[in-house]
Design a binder for this molecule. Structure first.
Ligand code: GLN
Length: 475
């Protein structure tokens, strides 16, 4: 919408046309104007951001630039910053302050980025519309009567409406890509393990990924390169070479094979979105790529397997909120009643639903038929992708079955809400990287996103192909 890119700001900084302080001030002004309607930021660190900008400007005066000097970043409120509030969009943690800083934030700060504030999200990142935040819903900047998507809705809306250059979100089943598609920005879910989860509040630990939102692919990859890499504090983090800053060669994709999975183009898909996928395929073809139909037959089991496995992991991860060590604590006569009242009063209805579902699928007698079976399906989905990637280099799909829906539209029907993740969850089940890229808008002026997927640690392909699509759409 407003296209505030860091790439442009960086040029202006280097040419002396602006300063970090001026950048921060102008974002603070915009936040003041726009945030009351959007509710994208839960908290803004105005003074601290200005102070930090001045420090970076002093460095600049000596000609010292870091990788992200002056990039202004919003942070989803599930990622720790020492001594800052960390609510996870929940009453449970409404007064909790972090005791340490997440690795991703530490790396951004070392690279010269400025954390301007915490962005709104669904409670504990569980949701697809941002309507499940204890602090109220976020409005879609393209139409305030619609949702921005979720769970990282605040981050997506903030970037789309020019309240910061980039934002961090998290993606367990689509929470970066789906809101990116609804708000018309780029959203990148890295390979599982590419970015350290140290300091990210756990939802489903074998799925959770931190990744960027940006107005453009280049900015997204700039952030990815800084936050990725091995971290001794997260045993699942990987020591993989970050993707290079290869300028995508817009004119030729010859030799590239693009797969179109037929299961992602079924009847449930909005016609405008189908049109965007076809148009993108044609564009890639005209640049020399070969477009091939492929099949991912297990796709239809993705949602079922996902919601069994993530609720199981969530029921275990959220056991720590017991009213004893931190978080919301209710007064009660006995210890048992205190646990009950704290958890009943601290968590919202959806979080409770998932804890109960997860406890059920893990319980004796049901474990084999639900949890274990879902693990097997996870493996089969993984195999589907392996097979597809033996024939093609990247996959092209829609990001979402519809464009942004109305606030309240799916609130009474959790299953309908879960189905909005139908095209995103399989990447998390397989641990592979995926990106949502804005293409056109539909008749109502709502953004339409397409999704690209690549094999594990091949984010470089998303940069190359995504860059080509971006060049073609901006012409
Ligand atoms: N909407 C999905 C869920 O509710 C995805 C959430 C996420 O990726 N954090 O689980």
């Amino acid at each position: 919408m407003h296209g505030a890119t860091y790439a442009e700001a960086r040029c202006a900084l280097e040419n002396g046309e602006t300063s970090c302080e001026a950048l921060v001030s102008s974002f603070l002004d915009r936040i003041e104007k726009k945030n009351p309607e959007l509710n994208a930021f839960l908290r803004v660190d105005a003074e601290a951001s200005l102070d930090r900008a001045r420090t970076l400007d002093e460095e600049r005066a000596h000609g010292n630039y870091r990788e992200l000097t002056g990039m202004v970043v919003g942070v989803k409120d599930v990622i720790c910053r020492k001594d800052h509030l960390l609510t996870c969009g929940s009453r449970m943690l409404s007064e909790f302050k972090s005791l340490y800083t997440a690795t991703a934030i530490e790396r951004l700060e070392q690279a010269g980025a400025i954390m301007i504030g915490a962005t709104n999200c669904d409670e504990f990142a569980m949701g697809s519309s941002n309507e499940l935040s204890h602090f109220g819903p976020v409005a879609n900047p393209h139409d305030p009567s619609r949702v921005p998507g979720g769970s990282s809705g605040g981050s997506a809306a903030a970037v789309a409406s020019g309240l910061c250059h980039t934002a961090l979100g998290t993606d367990t089943g689509g929470s970066i890509r789906q809101p990116a598609a609804f708000c018309g920005v780029v959203g990148l879910k890295p390979t599982y393990g590419r970015v350290s989860r140290y300091g990210l509040v756990a939802y489903a630990s074998s799925f959770d990924c931190i990744g960027p939102f940006a107005n453009g692919i280049k900015d997204a990859f700039r952030v990815l390169r800084v936050i990725s890499g091995a971290d001794p504090r997260d045993a699942t983090s990987a020591n993989a070479e970050p993707p290079k800053d290869s300028d995508p060669d817009g004119s030729s994709l010859s030799g590239l094979r693009v797969g179109l999975p037929q299961e992602f183009l079924d009847e449930g898909l909005d016609e405008n979105i189908r049109g965007a996928v076809t148009q993108t395929a044609n564009t890639l073809q005209s640049m020399g790529a070969e477009v091939i139909d492929v099949s991912l037959p297990m796709t239809e089991y993705g949602i079922a397997a996902y919601y069994v496995l993530v609720t199981a992991e969530a029921s275990s991860n959220l056991a720590r909120y017991d009213g004893v060590r931190y978080g919301f604590r209710a007064e009660a006569a006995s210890l048992r009643e205190m646990y009950e009242a704290s958890r009943s009063g601290g968590f919202g209805a959806e979080v409770k639903r998932r804890i109960m579902l997860g406890t059920y699928v893990l319980s004796a007698g049901y474990y084999e038929s639900y949890y274990e079976r879902a693990q097997r399906v996870r493996r089969l989905i993984w195999n589907d992708f392996d097979q597809a990637f033996s024939k093609v280099d990247v996959l092209l799909t829609p990001t979402t079955p519809t464009t942004a829906f109305k606030l309240g539209e799916k609130m009474d029907d959790p299953l309908q809400m879960y189905l909005s993740d139908v095209y995103t969850v399989t990447a998390n089940l397989a641990g592979i990287p995926a990106i949502s890229i804005p293409t056109r808008t539909d008749k109502a002026g709502l953004p339409v996103g397409i999704q690209l997927l690549a094999p594990a640690f091949e984010e470089g392909r998303l940069l190359r192909v995504g860059g080509a699509i971006e060049n073609a759409t901006s012409d």
